[in-house]
Design a protein around this ligand. Structure first.
Ligand SMILES: Cc1cc2nc3c(=O)[nH]c(=O)nc-3n(C[C@H](O)[C@H](O)[C@H](O)COP(=O)(O)O)c2cc1C
Ligand code: SF4
Length: 374
């Protein structure tokens, strides 16, 4: 029996298998963050393809927490009907959906958000042009409350879980990292103080959704950056979350400034290049009692099954393989265990920026050259 296809439970959420669609910005929402039919259809396809849990692209909890075009907003009650329709599209196909909540902090520009970006400190995020404004204590408290409100909306709209985006260099990660957090108050300094913002956000979310609703966290096991968050501190943070009752931790690594060790590495061609965050996830798994998900370069079924069988992680999350093949989980389950067809070229970002939504450009070229209709 293949363990990947075990039915499992995270808190009260029952999952049909251990394959997770990791959060993937789709670029399919309106400029005000309103989701629509295109995104509902994208999630419906993933659910039909039996992705066990679908984590949405990062949804901002306040308009200045936005980074990319077409990103979803969960900052207002006015998208209730359209956001409920996303959950319905997934439930109709028998799968589960989790809303990822984000504030991108200093990793955006005033051109996108119409004001100076905010961050823990006035430390420029590499690759972003502006020096952000440091958050006052009052603003920190407001953001903590807004994460809770975003989570409450997701629950009210029928989502099965929420995930806090605490990785990839965004606001929560900016607080965790000594590189971007130079504060001298209770939110900066040693790892306990740098974790305070995440823990306050976690408690705010937990009190908004109650103890029976799954709250997940995506955490960097390392920022893969000189002076950034490192594994020992990530282990401390993971233990804190576990002690507070987090329902699962998804382990990633890197930020957009991490050179060839970013979260979205290219050219995953060999088995050795796959599962590039597994050493971090495995260390975290051994430090906590909650389920752990590993993400980053998972492509081969045998490797995925082996990771679950050896209990190196409890779930395997993938992003790009599901862009190319929304049917991947069903294909594997039905016995075609060939490697995921994604070639990890990152060509899918561009149509998200320019054409109103991501898609696999390699797949499209291949279909066009075969003369097959889309
Ligand atoms: C187009 C695209 C959009 C992404 N958007 C998000 C996001 O919204 N939130 C997030 O946590 N990670 C995001 N990621 C990173 C993925 O969740 C994942 O961590 C990374 O792609 C590595 O997994 P993979 O090798 O299976 O693609 C995105 C990746 C891609 C390719
Ligand atoms: S464009 Fe297609 S093949 Fe390239 S990374 Fe994206 S999904 Fe994979």
């Amino acid at each position: 029996m293949r363990k990947v296809f075990d039915e499992t439970r995270i808190n009260r959420m029952v999952l049909q298998n251990r394959l997770v669609r990791s959060a993937t910005w789709e670029g399919m929402c309106g400029e005000d963050g309103r989701p629509g039919l295109k995104l509902a259809s994208c999630y419906g396809n993933l659910a039909r393809g039996r992705a066990g849990l679908i984590i949405t692209g990062y949804a901002y909890i306040r308009p200045d927490g936005k980074q990319l075009p077409g990103q979803m907003g969960i900052h207002t009650d006015s998208f209730a009907a359209e956001t409920k329709a996303l959950a319905d599209a997934v439930h109709r196909e028998g799968s589960k959906i989790c809303m990822q909540l984000v504030h991108v902090g200093g990793q955006t520009t005033s051109r996108v958000i119409g004001r100076q970006p905010v961050a823990p400190s006035a430390a420029k995020a590499e690759q972003f042009p502006e020096i952000p404004a440091p958050l006052s204590l009052q603003e920190v408290a407001e953001l903590v409350a807004l994460f809770g409100q975003g989570a409450a909306r997701a629950k009210e709209y029928g989502f099965d879980a929420v995930q806090l985006h605490a990785s990839h260099g965004y606001l929560i990660n900016q607080f965790l990292s000594p590189l971007t957090n130079r504060r001298n108050d209770n939110y900066g300094g040693d790892v306990e103080s740098r974790s305070r913002f995440l823990m306050e956000v976690y408690r705010s979310v937990r009190s908004a959704v109650g103890k029976d609703f799954p709250v997940l966290v995506k955490l960097n096991g390392s920022d893969n950056l000189e002076g950034g968050l490192e594994l020992e501190d990530a282990l401390y943070v993971a233990r804190l979350l576990d002690d507070e009752g987090v329902d699962a931790i998804e382990v990633s690594g890197g930020t957009s400034a991490s050179g060839d060790r970013t979260p979205v590495r290219q050219g995953i061609d060999t088995r050795e290049q796959e599962a590039y965050n597994l050493p971090l996830a495995y260390r975290i798994k051994n430090a906590v009692g909650c389920p752990v998900m590993v993400v980053g370069g998972l492509r081969s079924f045998e490797l995925v099954e082996g990771i679950i069988r050896r209990e190196e992680a409890d779930y395997v999350a993938m992003a790009r393989p599901f862009i190319r093949e929304p049917v991947l989980a069903r294909r594997w389950q039905e016995g075609d265990e060939a490697r995921a067809r994604c070639i990890s070229c990152n060509g899918c970002f561009k149509p998200g920026l320019k054409e109103g939504g991501i898609y696999c450009v390699v797949d499209r070229i291949e279909r066009e050259s075969r003369g097959t209709s889309l």
